[in-house]
Design a protein around this ligand. Structure first.
Ligand code: ATP
Length: 622
């Protein structure tokens, strides 16, 4: 896609529309972040006023040095004025140091507040936010945009303040010296606006493009340098393809950066020329006034005026350029506020209840649900699971099995109908109570980078070594762990990828065991495990199913048979339910699944179809 607006010195309609609207509300909101630091802000303001004033004093003193020191040939006065001038410059710089310190301090604290607020907010966002938003974009907002805010505070705000103060003081000082010369010098200033504005627009459009490009680069890095992304790249031999994509985005970025820093360079040539016109005018008119009109202007006065005028160009120039910085900052704030304004879809009801304990009973009543409104995934799903019992959910891929269980801990909320946990609508239960009582072993086991122990402690931070070992023994992973050189302190690698699928799943079973939830949801991996791993997992989950309420999304006959009841889901509806023995003969979806999927696993199993569910059955190894 060719970058928008490149090589143009004007904004397109689209770009004009995407310029943030600086409304009163936006400003009030931005300033609300400064409010807690108002005392420090007042100090900064004072420091800026004093240092701006001090920085102009040497110009005024120069006039005195010329008139009273040099022309009057008064050495004492000359030394006094020089010392004074040096002290003033030193003082202005010292105040500048204080100002920078306070500025940075305030900016860092505001960034700190915003980052924390954003992180908290993002944590509250529903799963659908994370599945539908680009990770690169989320990270950019968390990092670059919020850092940009710091820039705004340290540069934009203070630059506006100090430049305005410098300008006002300089204008007053100039008019006090001589109004004619002051007017002559100042008349040139508006000419600045023409080239600066044009350059500003170009810079603004380039800034927007480089922001989009930055998002794109972050997206590419996040996707291709993640463990799973890299694996995919390697397995499909896409290294060159991905490299080219990255190189292209990277090149676009440098082109944009060069363009951005060069934007308006030609205009600056014009500006520099203007800058030299002002002093010349003052010399000329000053000369005429002294020579022809016998004015009492001194050489020192003219020097002061020229020097003050010279000091004005910088602030005028930056004030004109500030439009872009200002727009850029407002765009950053808008992007950050966009996220803050996204509603937290799933949160505690104001009257949420926290029962004393839970039994894990679940009831679905006429549940309809879609990830987006255009497509319903679950249609009128009703079933109930009594405490202490277990249900196996089976069905073709994509039929909605995982979706059903995701509704129980409120990863998503139903569109209509009701999900009850222990007889209470999950939307009326305290979220942390609900989630602490639902333990999920998901299809894709996620382990954090750290040791096995760290990952286990994530479920219960104060678990003792005995508790950890007991959970691992139940999950059939203890022997494996102690056989490792570092035992429980073995590093699992990035996302646990140093472990096999079966090992990871058993660790995640142990993790759930430590959490000790009332309801256990086991989303069985669809990927094939070898029969030894499979039997180990089976041995781990069998006693769990016996001891607590559980829902098993099953792909293997062994798991299905462990449950008290089987429900068969197809196209988001429950089409059959019952026991294996009956369902297999019914000639429906289950029979078909049995013939095509489950039966294959049978070859590894001893005949045990008639055994009651949950019973011990052995897999023939090898
Ligand atoms: P499998 O056995 O393959 O894991 P499943 O029966 O568990 O499949 P679900 O994961 O519940 O199926 O998915 C049901 C449907 O919902 C699928 O068509 C899928 O494309 C869609 N889906 C799943 N997750 C999302 C999501 N986050 N956003 C949008 N659609 C989704």
């Amino acid at each position: 896609m060719p970058p928008r607006g490149m090589n143009r010195g004007f904004m397109t309609e689209e770009e004009k529309q995407s310029t943030p609207k600086v409304t009163k509300e936006l400003l009030v909101r931005v300033f609300s972040y400064l409010k807690p630091y108002w005392k420090q802000m007042v100090l900064v303001l004072c420091a800026i006023i004093v240092s701006s004033f001090f920085s102009l004093l040497p110009s005024v003193l120069t006039g005195k040095i010329i008139d009273e020191g040099l022309i009057n040939r008064d050495l004492d006065m000359l030394i006094k004025l020089i010392v004074m001038s040096l002290l003033v410059t030193f003082g202005a710089n010292m105040i500048g140091v204080l100002e920078s310190y306070l500025n940075t301090w305030i900016a860092q604290h505001i960034t700190f507040d915003m980052r924390n607020q954003m992180y908290r907010h993002l944590q509250k966002m529903s799963q659908s936010f994370f599945t539908s938003n680009n990770q690169g974009d989320i990270i950019t907002r968390m990092t670059s945009d919020i850092s940009g805010v710091q820039q705004v505070i340290t540069n934009t705000f203070t630059s506006i303040l100090s430049n305005v103060i410098t300008l006002v003081v300089a204008v007053i000082a100039m008019y006090q010296k001589n109004w004619i010369l002051a007017t002559m010098g100042i008349i040139i200033v508006p000419l600045f606006t023409i080239p600066t504005r044009a350059a500003g627009k170009t810079r603004w459009s380039l800034t927007r493009e480089s922001q989009a490009c930055n998002d794109e680069i972050n997206g590419i890095l996040n996707e291709t340098l993640s463990v799973s992304g890299q694996l995919l790249v390697k397995l499909f031999g896409k290294e060159d393809y991905e490299y080219e994509k990255y190189e292209k985005a990277n090149r676009r970025m440098i082109d944009l950066n060069v363009k951005e820093s060069m934007a308006g360079r030609w205009f600056r040539v014009v500006i520099t020329t203007f800058t030299s016109i002002g002093p010349m005018l003052i010399y000329l008119v000053g000369g005429i006034l002294i020579m022809r009109y016998d004015s009492d202007l001194s050489v020192g006065d003219i020097t002061v005026l020229v020097s003050l005028l010279g000091r004005m160009y910088g602030p005028v120039n930056s004030l004109l350029n500030i439009q872009v910085d200002w727009l850029r900052s407002m765009a950053m704030f808008t992007r950050i506020f966009d996220y803050f304004d996204m509603p937290v879809e799933i949160e505690n009801a104001p009257d949420a209840v926290t029962p004393e304990s839970a039994t894990g009973a679940v009831e679905f009543e006429h549940v309809c649900f879609g990830y987006d409104d255009s497509r319903m995934i679950l249609n009128d799903v009703s079933f109930s699971l009594e405490s202490g019992h277990s249900i196996a959910i089976v069905g073709p891929s994509g039929s909605g099995k995982s979706t059903i269980v995701n509704l129980i801990p409120r990863l998503y909320d139903v569109n209509s109908g009701c999900v009850r946990f222990d007889g209470t609508d999950v939307r009326k239960l305290d979220l942390s109570f609900l989630r602490s009582n639902v333990g999920m072993v998901s299809q894709e086991t996620y382990l954090f980078n750290g040791t096995i122990r760290d990952n286990l402690l994530y479920a219960k931070s104060n678990a003792t070594q005995e508790e950890i070992e007991e959970a691992c023994k139940k999950a059939n992973i203890h022997d494996f762990i102690v056989a490792q050189e570092k035992g429980y302190d073995t590093e699992v690698g990035n996302r646990g990828l140093k472990l096999s699928g079966g090992e990871k799943q058993r660790i995640s079973i142990a993790r759930v065991l430590l959490k000790d939830p009332a309801l256990l949801v086991f989303d069985e991996a669809t990927s094939a495990l070898d029969s030894i791993s499979e039997s180990k997992i089976q041995e781990a989950i069998d006693p769990l199913i016996d001891s607590r309420t559980s829902i098993l999304i099953a792909h293997r006959l062994s798991t299905i048979l462990a449950a008290d009841e089987i429900i068969v889901v197809k196209d988001g509806q429950i089409v059959e339910r019952g026991k294996h023995k009956d369902l297999v003969k019914a000639g429906g979806v289950y029979t078909e699944l049995y013939e095509t999927q489950f039966k294959a696993g049978l070859e590894n199993m001893q005949p045990m179809m008639d055994k009651p569910p949950g019973h011990d059955y052995k897999l023939r190894e090898g």
